[in-house]
Structures are given as structure tokens and as C-alpha cells.
Design a protein around this ligand. Structure first.
Ligand SMILES: [Zn+2]
Length: 262
């Protein structure tokens, strides 16, 4: 898989003597979690994994060279059962995903590390990542952090409908890939579809509401797209990648400096 992680930030490029010598109290490891799943007719299965690597790589490149932060290899497969029924979606069960991340956390703690960030770019993993961050804290004493998507970056020029319901293969994901891997975007087959309408709010929403309904993509979006990729541009993608990387870099620095409240 294509990577934007600077080589000096790759944990897997170290040897064990170098790992042994790292200042464990002052080192942050980042475990990316993503997915291999359908992203409509126009984006590849690896979209969430590519975006994770792109945003994290650009964020790591913004850190001071002496910040001890290393990216682990990603857990590319996630809990993607909302996208089953579309050829190519490869999903782990919740229990398998949690067992994989828990076992990695056990190895990381056994090596003496103290700080671990879970960086997730697939919505279907989010609730599991929340649980894992707390469980790894409780079970292994790791200072764990959970970081999601674009780190809360606000994307200039994105309309409110897309901001709220551009969940999947919409304008933002398409713009990111138009910027980073245009050869993987087929702009001749864009489709648009929304799961809800900001102008016509309903009592039950799919996400981010007090009461939600559980959704499966195949019930609501035949093409697999939830959002509108048509306005996406590589130029916006470039600006939005930089905005997200700036936010993520600031959060990684905060995690590196974080001390538990006394
Ligand atoms: Zn995605």
C-alpha cells in the first residue's frame, strides 16, 4: 500500500535494540485503524486506509524532529458489516477486531511503552476504539488516546449538508484522494445519495443524535455512496489534507505532553 509516513517515523523500520533504547515515558506510539470496504463506484476499497496513512503521514511530517512519535503499521481491516453485500468489503467481527488491538496493546505495554494513540478513520470502528482505549488503560496501565478522522478540522467551502451527512465516499474523501491518488478515482462514475437531510430533520437520525436508527448501506444507498462526490476538487483536497494534518499534529503533541491529572 502507498504510504506517506516519513521513514524516520515508522516503528516497523526500527530494530529491537533501537526500540529498547527509546525513552518509553516520552514516546508516543500511534496505531492506525481503518478498513477495506466498498466506497461506491468511484473510490477504491482502501480509501479509509489510504486517508489514514495520508493524514497521519502529513501530520508526523509537521512534528519537530526530536518529538519521539512512531506510527505502527495499520490494522487495515475493520468492522465493516454495514457495507457487506458489496463485493470487496472485508469485515472483521467486533470481537476479532477488539482481540487484535488488545493483543497489540499487550505487546506494546510489555515492551515498556507508556503512551498509545488509536487513530481511527473508519466510522464503523469508532465505538470499538472508544471501548479499547479505556480497556487498554485499565488492563495494561497504558495512557491511551483515541483520535478520529480529520481531528476536528473544519473544511472551508464544504456545504452544511455534506458536512453533516457526507458519511461515505462523498466530497471530502473524494477530494482527499483526488489530491493524493488521482489515479484511483474514477470521476466518470460519481453517484450521490444522502441518508438524511439537514433542511428536513427527522426525530430519528442515523448518527450524531440522541436517538438513532441502525443502518446498513445496502438498505439506503444502492451505489454504496452516502454523500455527494461531484463537487470534489484536488485543490480543496490539498487544503483540507493540510488542515486535518495541522489539527492531528497538534493533538499528537498534546498526547506526547499529557500527564494524568494528579
Ligand atoms: Zn471511507
Amino acid at each position: 500500500m502507498k504510504t506517506w509516513i516519513p521513514e524516520i517515523r515508522k516503528f516497523s523500520y526500527l530494530n529491537w535494540k533501537q526500540v529498547e533504547a527509546l525513552p518509553k515515558d516520552k514516546t508516543l506510539l500511534v496505531l492506525p485503524t481503518a478498513a477495506i470496504e466498498q466506497h461506491g463506484h468511484h473510490l477504491p476499497l482502501a480509501t479509509d486506509t489510504l486517508i489514514n496513512n495520508l493524514l497521519l503521514g502529513k501530520a508526523l511530517a509537521k512534528l519537530s524532529p526530536n518529538a519521539s512519535v512512531y506510527a505502527l503499521e495499520p490494522v487495515c481491516y475493520g468492522k465493516s458489516n454495514e457495507h457487506l453485500g458489496f463485493p470487496g468489503t472485508l469485515s472483521l467481527s467486533a470481537s476479532t477486531f477488539m482481540a487484535v488491538v488488545r493483543d497489540l496493546g499487550a505487546s506494546i505495554a510489555a515492551a515498556g511503552f507508556r503512551k498509545l494513540a488509536l487513530y481511527n478513520t473508519h466510522g464503523g470502528n469508532s465505538s470499538l476504539v472508544d471501548v479499547l482505549a479505556r480497556d487498554l488503560r485499565a488492563e495494561f496501565g497504558l495512557r491511551t488516546f483515541a483520535l478520529y478522522g480529520s481531528g476536528g478540522a473544519s473544511f472551508e467551502g464544504l456545504n452544511p449538508q455534506e458536512r453533516a451527512y457526507g458519511f461515505h465516499a462523498g466530497e471530502v474523501e473524494t477530494a482527499f484522494l483526488l489530491n493524493a491518488t488521482p489515479e484511483l478515482v474514477d470521476s466518470s462514475v460519481y453517484t450521490a445519495n444522502y441518508i438524511a437531510d439537514v433542511a428536513n430533520p427527522k426525530p430519528l437520525l442515523p448518527e450524531n443524535a440522541a436517538a438513532t436508527f441502525a443502518w446498513l448501506t445496502r438498505d439506503i444507498a444502492k451505489s454504496g455512496v452516502m454523500g455527494d462526490p461531484r463537487p470534489a476538487t484536488a485543490e480543496n483536497g490539498h487544503r483540507w489534507v493540510d488542515a486535518a494534518a495541522t489539527q492531528i499534529a497538534a493533538m499528537l503533541e498534546a498526547m506526547l505532553a499529557f500527564e494524568d491529572p494528579a
